[in-house]
Write a protein that binds this ligand. Sequence first.
Ligand code: MIC
Ligand code: SF4
Length: 741
Amino acid sequence: MPARIEEARKTLGRPLTLAEKILYSHLDASFAVKNYERGKAYVDFNPDRVAMQDATAQMALLQFMQAGRPKVAVPSSVHCDHLIQAKVGAKADLDRAKTESEEVFNFLASVSNKYGIGFWKPGAGIIHQIVLENYAFPGGMMIGTDSHTVNAGGLGMIAIGVGGADACDVMAGLPWELKMPKLIGIKLTGKLNGWASAKDVILKVAGILTVKGGTDKVVEYFGDGAISLSCTGKGTICNMGAEIGATTSTFGYDDSMSRYLKATGRADVAALADGIKQHLTGDAEVYADPKKYFDEVIEIDLSTLEPHVNGPFTPDLATPISKLKAEAEKNGWPMKVQAGLIGSCTNSSYEDIARAVSIAKQVSAKGLKSKAGFMINPGSEQIRYTIERDGFLKVFDDCGAVVFTNACGPCIGMWDRMDAEKQEKNTIVHSFNRNFAKRADGNPNTYAFVASPEIVSALAIAGDLGFNPLTDTLTNEKGEKVKLDAPFGDELPPKGFDVKDAGYQAPAEDGSKVQVLVAPDSKRLQLLDPFAAWPGIDFKGLRLLIKAKGKCTTDHISMAGPWLKFRGHLDNISNNMLIGAVNAFNEKTDSVKNHITGAYEGVPVVQRQYKAKQIGSIVVGDENYGEGSSREHAAMEPRHLGVRAVLVKSFARIHETNLKKQGMLALTFANNADYDKIQEDDVIDITGLTSFTPGTPLTITLNHANGSKDEFKVNHSYNAQQIEWFKAGGALNIIRANVKA
Ligand code: MIC
Ligand code: SF4
């Protein structure tokens, strides 16, 4: 690494940021060390590791199985965390999940065993927490089939969320392509105090940069304030970088990371990192004059940072706690807090739980009663075991909290919330990262707010969104006015971490004899059939499937929760395609005009009829289309059901790549106002495909029902290789062809 960094520094003729050091030291050998234009040039990298979670690993591994390799080319792991529903409590929920998803867990365990992949059983914990505890290391580069893979930036990695097809490439030994990212530098000064926590740094940053401000950019944190944060706090900040669309976020190696590595049994990694310390952070000249080296610089003073509460319905609507009451009243947000949920990959460290416990303890100490229900999802079995040993779970228990399995649970809609189907307007607060409509409990009228675990605890105890624990008092059972003391928590367990059975299964040395079986009549798993190649002609006569209005995240395109069970079965999961997207013509969800019959029906229902009649169709969308998850199902479903193109004002990075990988046409309006020209009954042509070339726009012709026409240019960001994917009908078809040859 030092030699590669030195070469890059010499060639670029300037000091380097940490992000550049990691990127350049992982450049694929076929790419020269030179100044690649940020935000423009496509570059190939060699990641050190791949991580996958159960809900995305199925598709990634179904694709990998076709790549014809005996073993994965880089260390890889699978984590069973998304498919476990939170209902009554850890033990019963886990047992139920193991039965319900037995077929999928067995499939993942046997594929992992066969191909040399580390397997973390259901109940072991959430992918990003396990990765931080076991695999992440300073200066490394990894990819993962989950958008919050970026969490590993807390240990000084460049860790990036991708679709399964990208993971498949890297596991097959191919380089991985990324647009050279732009760089945002965030200088942290001062020191957190009182109620403010690492979470508030990213909640504030989300407010500044918004959900699309980080697209195609890496965020690098530096400054004294950065050094003062714990390693897991850094993880929280990097984790929610996904919510601003950032490619990833990272921090320079420092003592907090060394402490964390040692506490998690990796003193050897800490010693190695100490040996090349100066290479694991940005150069001093860069941090002294950041404006010169970063594309954008933001400065945040931790000493004056206020706790924030973000939401509802979007993680970038940031409100400082002192203004929350007024904002909530002004906007009519329901004031009564019904539930406080703590955990998720974002905030389930020992420190997080310790700080939340320091608040929960005050319930009995001050004669209070928690007004709202409390729910906890520990991030890993190691955390759970340790917090149980240290008496934290008892405190939660005493204030009536339910402890769910070490898994995603409510964060991904795997929450069997009582009465959610009544769709009543209500407020919940959680320490998760996403709060899109319907995400946690399927109820579109649940107003979900994101905050730190300690603020979540305080708001749950008060049962009131307007409560500011910094200034306000609560009335206890005896009628006395009491104030909550500010939180406190050890960054690492004073007695060390402990665990009995972490839930890991190592793969077979020689997996060649391991059989992977997929029942042909399975409802959960389906082997993949290759998609058809592009027929070689322009797309003419397309029907408008839906013109989506406003926010259209991957949760709107391919909802999670109850649909997670079909993540390994493309045809079955396709029945959720775009059912959450709002139709611009009638403002309804899952109701679009069927141009064969003229009736209004569900989106997948209509699209299946077009497919049967071989009528091509197009999906039109708004800004930041495909925001959120890495789930490639959001790209594979339209592909499978015969949608030809997706035309939007702008894309979220992972989703755009997923569309390209699956052989879809992903286009953006050259002029956003053209979105308004698209009418419901239009018949649409896309021309220019026969001379499809990088940098050359394509043309859209709208043939309106009244006989008039509109014609305009649309852009694309395909490079030569990606155009080949399109022509072949998907990147996997090219890998397949190579295996056969
Ligand atoms: C999420 O937080 O939305 C998920 C569920 O973890 C997804 C992955 C998925 O959809 O399986 C993500 O963030 O990529
Ligand atoms: Fe799981 Fe939620 Fe983290 Fe996604 S954001 S990995 S669903 S805990």
